[in-house]
Design a protein around this ligand. Structure first.
Ligand code: BGC
Length: 739
């Protein structure tokens, strides 16, 4: 892989194996996620690519808690190209000078190669950030010899199936299910019906222009029973260049009530590919202005970090709050496109500080699914409050395959924590009044039901939970869960008080609507003050859960010899219960999220005790280790963890990027850099910067959005420079303790 600041470039062709990099080269705009698949022929079964639209799913076939499973659906291939040269279909065998590039500045994915020494080909594509329903594709065929007879079809092809996630290894992925039940093929447009419970109709249309050496050239319309588009039969002389420019649009009946009309309108409109591209670039420029991070270093870290941020922005819905970002974004079918705590704890902070409107939309998704969460709580026989499903569909429905989701209740704390984080950084009290307070009250009620007071020891206990360490599937008093729950309860109390005093009308309406009364608050305070957490006084060590210390030691080196998860190395899941083994950052993460509640001694003790017992079998594990290690001044150890985050997918360190790249980790990369190495925190209008940069970095420059102000920060070995770009800034900035 080559890194050039704004680009990552791979020149490995890897025929047959290349799908492992397809997800890495995804471009998107929150509506589309488009893997870096090859659009030209010769791909047959493996060429189904992966074009996903946020919230568009097909019938699911896995067992889920509610029995209503669904899976992310690979839509019609709007980039399909059939190409032959002198009657020979191009294929993957005569390829030279191959490279594929992700240009992150303009959000373009392109591939070039020479085929059979006769044509130089370039395919590029982008998802339009200015009008998210659109994508652009450009194909360049340059003749390297005389008299090349080109036959090129630029198509929308409905002959697609899902990637088959269970067949991921060995590559290539074998074809999965076909979710299209009906197809109507029109002239440069298709209408397909999906097999989901809504029988979603998906409309796709395209406009294609062709040029030879810059001069427009006509094609003929083409359609068969599955595909439609334009065909160009052309003879190219040596050095002649055929350029195809295409803009395609997609609308769906699930989210766009006028989908059919919108598609017809697109077909009636004159579309200029270059103008569409320029508008998209302008949108990306705005995003990068707010979000870019520059690292001065002689390593590739600057580009690698940018890649992490790029993919986060590609996956973030800009057009709606009806969907959120899945664990694998729109880059693969692992986890069926579902949303987890990954969003609130790992991805959201980046958006909170670079695009608060996007952060608000992501939280609004939780508000939109609150009713489902209430229903879920009742199904689970909880008489009040809301339980958000662990692995949740776009409709707010549980998709976890086992009952494990039911126990992963820290999700409630994570959502409440994220609300507090967002409101603190954005100052968006309106969100708190209109949505946040209601979510917080329902979550506080949930904790009230989930906490049990013991007359034996006088404490409250939260029993039978699965904390972030999923290798201890059912434990009592997981410190992460209990601490976070206590914070939520206290915040819910503060917000209810604020609402009553500052917004009495809204308070009254809400209280009536959800039957809330002040007496509930008293109990919340009592629980928060008396939740039990195991603690070893001598070692200053917080117990992940009280019996953790009594479990058997585990030989990680012996039983997890490779990067593969411990389960894939032959240790049965049920055996893990016996051991002191932590799947991913748990107590370590807690110390990162609530740093003020723990002394430096406790942070150090937690890191030193749990780190050697952690197997990092989740991509969510590395960032908290980098973050905490940097805060306890183990800077180079932190840097080693940071490397694992920043290059996790680029180097396919989890050996599963083929089924989608890891979005929590992308956010984690940002957090370990900003909160870890730069030591940035923001609370109550005070921005603190207390950096400890790794040896390899000379400086870091970044921008943060806090309470509507744009703050520019430069951290270097020589010191810290930070200022607000607002004229009458209200933010107090403390650099290494100095105002
Ligand atoms: C992790 C979870 C995470 C999920 C989706 C699991 O392997 O243990 O914490 O939410 O993956 O990323």
């Amino acid at each position: 892989m080559k890194y050039t600041g704004w680009k990552i470039i791979s020149d490995e062709f890897e025929n047959g194996n290349r799908q492992s990099k397809d997800a890495l080269f995804t471009v998107g705009n929150g509506y589309f996620g488009i893997r870096g698949f090859f659009e030209e022929n010769g791909e047959a079964a493996v060429g189904n690519g992966g074009i996903y639209v946020a919230g568009i799913v097909g019938k699911g076939f896995h067992k889920s808690y509610t029995g209503k499973s669904r899976e992310l659906c690979n839509i019609a291939n709007i980039f399909r190209v059939r190409l032959s040269v002198n009657g020979n279909g191009i294929n993957g065998t005569e390829v030279s000078d191959f490279s594929r590039t992700l240009d992150m500045k303009n959000a373009v994915y392109s591939r070039r190669y020479i085929w059979n020494n006769s044509v130089a080909l370039e395919f590029s594509r982008f998802a339009d950030m200015a009008d998210v329903h659109r994508v652009g594709q450009k194909i360049v065929v340059k003749s390297l010899t005389d008299n090349n007879k080109i036959d090129l079809y630029a198509l929308i092809d409905t002959d697609v199936v899902n990637l088959n996630k269970v067949s991921c290894e060995p590559l290539p992925i074998q074809p999965g299910r076909d979710h299209i039940t009906e197809r109507k093929i029109g002239a440069n447009s298709v209408e397909t019906v999906l097999d989901d419970e809504d029988c979603t109709r998906l409309y796709a249309a395209q406009k294609v222009m062709a040029f030879i050496n810059g001069k427009p050239v006509g094609g003929v319309a083409y359609a068969d029973s599955r595909a439609t588009g334009m065909r160009y039969g052309i003879v190219l002389a040596r050095d002649d260049e055929l350029v195809i420019k295409k803009v395609a649009a997609v609308y769906t009946s699930k989210y766009e009530p006028d989908a059919k009309e919108e598609t017809a309108a697109f077909l009636r409109t004159d579309i200029d590919y270059d103008a569409v591209f320029n508008d998209s670039c302008a949108e990306w420029e705005k995003r990068w202005n707010a979000a870019n991070v520059e690292i001065k270093t002689d390593t590739d870290d600057d580009t690698a970090v940018r890649y992490n941020l790029f993919e986060l922005m590609c996956a973030c819905p800009v057009h709606t709050d009806k969907v959120s970002i899945g664990a694998r974004g729109l880059t693969g079918e692992m986890y069926e496109g579902c949303v987890f705590w990954d969003t609130e704890i790992f991805q959201l902070p980046f958006f909170i500080y670079s695009d608060p409107a996007a952060a608000r939309r992501l939280l609004t998704f939780r508000y939109n699914t609150l009713e489902q969460a209430r229903r879920y709580a009742r199904e689970l026989r909880m008489e009040a409050g809301a339980q958000y499903p662990w692995q949740v569909s776009e409709k707010g429905i549980e998709q976890t395959e086992s009952s494990a989701g039911f126990f992963s209740v820290h999700l409630m704390a994570d959502i409440a924590y994220a609300i507090k984080n967002y409101v603190n950084a954005s100052g968006d009290d309106e969100f708190l009044v209109s949505m946040g307070a209601e979510m917080l009250i329902e979550i506080a009620r949930f904790w009230e039901k989930r906490s049990i007071h013991s007359d034996f020891d006088g404490y409250y206990h939260i029993m039978t939970v699965r904390g972030p360490n999923e290798y201890s599937p059912i434990v009592d008093d997981n410190a992460f869960t209990n601490y976070m729950a206590a914070q939520n309860l206290l915040y819910a109390v503060a917000v209810a008080d604020m609402l009553e005093s500052d917004h009495p009308q809204e308070y009254k309406k809400l209280a009536e609507r959800i039957g809330f009364c002040r007496s509930e608050i008293k109990k919340w305070k009592d629980i928060a003050d008396n939740l039990y957490v195991g603690y070893d006084e001598k070692k200053h060590l917080v117990a992940e859960y009280p019996t953790y210390f009594n479990r058997y030691p585990f030989d990680i080196k012996k039983y997890k010899p490779t990067a593969k998860r411990i389960l894939e190395s032959g240790t049965p899941y049920d055996f893990l219960y016996f051991y002191q083994i932590t799947k991913q950052a748990d107590t370590v993460l807690l110390m990162c999220l609530l740093p003020d509640l723990f002394s430096d001694e406790e942070k150090k003790a937690a890191y030193e005790y749990y780190e050697p017992r952690t197997v990092h079998d989740s991509s969510l594990s590395y960032a908290p280790h980098a973050w905490l290690a940097s805060r306890i001044l183990k800077t180079e150890e932190a840097y080693a963890y940071f490397k694992q985050c920043a290059y996790l997918d680029i180097n396919d360190m989890k050996l599963n990027a083929v089924s989608g790249i890891h979005f929590a980790n992308f956010g984690g990369t940002w957090m370990s850099l900003v909160f870890g190495f730069c030591g940035i925190s923001f609370e109550n209008g005070v921005l603190k910067i207390d950096p400890k940069l790794p040896e390899k970095w000379e400086s870091v420059k970044l921008n943060l959005t806090c309470r509507g102000e744009n703050i520019h920060i430069e951290v270097s070995k020589k010191g810290v420079k930070a200022f607000s770009l607002s004229k009458d800034s209200k933010i107090k900035i403390l650099c290494e303790g100095n105002e």
